[in-house]
Ligand binder design. Structure first.
Ligand code: ZN
Ligand code: ZN
Length: 127
């Protein structure tokens, strides 16, 4: 079986279709992973903290020249640099609380498990 990589984030999608994105009709999209593409819509997440950045550039970080960064949010990235220099695990620790607030019913354990799966897909942590 050929190796398939997400055409957006480059994540290897493995031998099954489990990581494939989904179309609006629920079918699988073989070009993008489920983190980049769900229900027929390309998702933009901050490639550092995993926050969904929505349809506008309002939450995008800024480059040194003042232009918008499409990869990182304004909390993680300003003027072309990361103000908070931290490890992936520190970022997960930091994000647990907001995730719990945004996802009613989620447990701390569940939130950590989800982020431990999701964060290695993010550009900042793929070194
Ligand atoms: Zn992807
Ligand atoms: Zn961020």
């Amino acid at each position: 079986m050929e190796e398939r990589y997400c055409q957006s984030c480059g994540t290897p999608m493995g031998p099954t279709d489990e990581l494939y994105g989904t179309e609006a009709d629920g079918s699988k999209n073989k070009n993008y992973c489920k983190f980049c593409y769900t229900d027929g819509v390309a998702q933009r997440y901050c490639q550092s903290c995993g926050m969904p950045m929505g349809p506008t550039d309002e939450l995008y970080g800024t480059e040194a020249d003042g232009s918008k960064s499409k990869d990182y949010c304004s909390y993680c990235y300003t003027n072309g640099a990361f103000p908070a220099d931290c490890t992936m695990q520190e970022m997960i620790d930091y994000c647990v609380q907001p995730v719990l607030e945004n996802m009613p019913g989620m447990t701390e354990e569940g939130a950590r498990a989800m982020m431990n799966e999701f964060f290695p897909h993010l550009k900042r942590w793929q070194a």
